[in-house]
Unconditional design. Structure first.
Length: 321
């Protein structure tokens, strides 16, 4: 059988010939993943949640290109976290099985942590040690992001979390991930606020009063590592809020929403969320996600009131400084 041409970097569903089934009929199995290596004899496919699968081309019965895995409001914790990771990728990434190792020159926890999702292809302790070496090679402290369903009063300690606790890693910044269906949203009007959108951060992000100014020499590189839209809100010319919006597939990720302290308590956050929703749906997004510290009670209350739903939570594990 002549197989169609395949291309590195594309995602494929491949049906493979396997030994005969117990009933005596022909056996077959399917592998789905991104093609990361190929020659005349073998292909290597990288699934989203486990190590690369090396297959013999002679065993291939059929192959077809397939789109990325669809993520919806009911999708797993790991699928939503992988999608969110694409909206804040840092400056470099590497896979360890299903885990995603990210580095962003030390700026932000998300861009400088290993997303623990799926099977690393190694025992938990060995995988943790390999991650530690990866960050040491880059002059960065190791950090792990571990996500959990919304069950019980405390985060359940899975096997990786338990290994990290034994090695002296402490829980850092427990966080909620919220999701919503943007198509049913009723965004608040801007009222007397003026909205400005840009493809790059403006002076409110980069000027002396910005939280980014002087904090890290590569902060702007990390924030702009993937295409995004940047919102600035003003009231009578005075800055009151800013936010970042990234659209990944048909999801909108809302990050870096900051309301100027003197403007808080006047509904600016609600109106900023309305403007973000309008921009997101105008750019084809059907669903939205955002991440907020569990300890940030005002923000958690705002998202609850707007009808966003808590999908899961996560925390980081890091060694004490």
């Amino acid at each position: 059988m002549t197989l169609p041409a395949v291309h590195l970097g594309r995602r494929y569903a491949v049906r493979l010939r396997t030994p005969a089934s117990p009933t005596g009929g022909p056996g077959a199995r399917d592998v789905v993943g991104t093609l990361v290596a190929a020659d005349a004899a073998t292909w290597a496919l990288l699934p989203e949640d486990r190590p690369a699968q090396v297959i013999e081309v002679a065993d291939v019965l059929a192959v077809r290109a397939v789109p990325r895995r669809v993520v919806r409001l009911t999708s797993s914790v790991e699928d939503v976290e992988r999608l969110a990771a694409r909206g804040w990728p840092g400056l470099g990434q590497e896979r360890l099985g299903g885990w995603v190792l990210r580095e962003g020159a030390g700026y932000t926890g998300r861009a400088n942590s290993a997303l623990v999702a799926g099977d690393p292809g190694l025992p938990a302790t060995t995988a943790v040690e390999q991650v530690e070496r990866w960050y040491a090679d880059r002059g960065l402290p190791p950090r792990f992001q571990l996500a959990y369903p919304l069950t019980g009063p405390d985060d359940p300690a899975g096997p990786v979390d338990a290994v990290l606790a034994e090695r002296g890693y402490q829980v850092v910044t427990p966080t909620f991930t919220f999701v919503t269906d943007l198509r049913g949203a009723r965004p608040a009007p801007l009222g007397d606020l003026e909205a400005r959108w840009a493809d790059d951060p403006d002076q409110e992000w980069l000027g002396p009063e910005s939280p980014l100014h002087g904090r890290h020499p590569r902060a702007v590189e990390v924030i702009t590592a993937c295409p995004a839209r940047y919102l600035t809100l003003r009231a009578q010319g005075r800055f009151v809020a800013r936010a970042r919006l990234v659209v990944t597939d048909d999801w909108a990720g809302l990050t870096e929403l900051v309301v100027d302290p003197p403007a808080r308590g006047a509904g600016v956050g609600r109106r900023a969320m309305g403007e973000l929703t309008r921009e997101a749906t105008g750019r084809g997004a059907r669903f939205g996600y955002l991440q907020v510290l569990q300890a940030n009670a005002p923000a958690v209350g705002l998202y609850d009131a707007l009808g966003w739903r808590r999908h899961h939570r996560y925390h980081y594990r890091a060694r004490p400084s």
